[in-house]
Write a protein that binds this ligand. Structure first.
Ligand SMILES: Nc1ncnc2c1ncn2[C@@H]1O[C@H](COP(=O)(O)OP(=O)(O)OP(=O)(O)O)[C@@H](O)[C@H]1O
Length: 247
């Protein structure tokens, strides 16, 4: 099955965040063609999955536990390789990339995890800056990028706090900031509201939508029915590794 999603009008452009969003004339940002992933222990992650996501789209992927949502995202950022089929992101065949070429692709993909994965001994600013530092950005460029990124996630006033001084929602917003500070054209979020109450979930959703409005292609997995209802974005469902359009 191939699911081709429509292209919402994202005419607003804002500086900095998602500034890399339009570098290729190809309107398709993510394409999976007949992708199966089976793990060495025989578990099936996804099966014969085909999907296209256009540049600037916002897609929700829902489905029960074990349906293959995380596997799908891992295939997109190259943390897993397909057993068969092709995974194309931003015109690159992810399953075939190795070493530096895979690292370069990963710079073009921001990833947000349910459990935040922040460095506990670093401040908010340092957690965000670390990504840029690891990618070889100059100190000046890091300092240029931090304030607008903190602003997008509403955490200017928490820049010098440590993760354990923040609420769960704030920690998730730091992890969002870290994912977007390098202005990736693709943003993947794996259950970003899984540990959050409805208010914080709404805030995270609004930030994701804002980034999408700035041009980023956003793919979010979620169990959260309320989030799906609130988002008013296209939804596909995974069940037992297979993809279904909507519910
Ligand atoms: N590293 C792995 N080794 C073996 N099997 C795995 C591995 N990762 C995932 N699986 C299996 O692949 C299937 C899909 O798992 P996946 O984590 O993608 O589902 P999910 O929809 O993200 O679930 P959840 O919502 O609980 O996080 C499951 O049967 C799972 O047990």
């Amino acid at each position: 099955m191939t699911t081709v999603l429509g292209h919402p009008s994202n005419s607003q452009t804002q500086p900095d965040v998602a500034a890399n969003a339009t570098t290729s004339p190809n309107p398709v940002m993510v394409k999976l063609q007949g992708v199966t992933k089976s793990y060495p222990n025989g578990s099936l992650g996804v099966f014969d999955l085909s999907l296209e996501v256009k540049r600037g789209d916002f897609l929700l992927i829902t489905g029960p536990s074990g349906a293959g949502k995380s596997t799908l995202l891992k295939l997109l950022y190259g943390a897993e390789r397909p057993s068969s089929g092709e995974v194309i992101v931003d015109d690159l065949n992810v399953g075939k990339l190795r070493g530096d070429r895979l690292s370069l692709l990963r710079r073009r993909i921001g990833v947000v995890f349910q459990d935040y994965k922040l460095i506990p001994t670093r401040t908010v600013s340092e957690n965000i800056a670390f990504v840029l530092w690891a990618q070889g950005y100059t100190r000046k460029e890091i300092q240029r990028r931090l304030p607008p990124t903190l602003k997008v996630v509403g955490l200017q006033h928490k820049a010098n706090c440590f993760p354990d001084e923040l609420s769960g929602g704030e920690q998730q917003r730091v992890s969002l900031a870290r994912a977007i500070v390098g202005t990736p054209p693709v943003l993947l979020a794996d259950e970003p509201t899984g540990n959050l109450d409805p208010d914080n979930s709404r805030q995270v959703l609004n930030i994701l939508k804002k980034l999408n409005g700035m041009g980023a292609t956003v793919i979010v997995t979620t169990h959260d029915e309320q989030l799906v209802q609130m988002s008013r974005q296209p939804v596909v469902q995974l069940r037992e590794g297979r993809l279904y359009r909507g519910f």
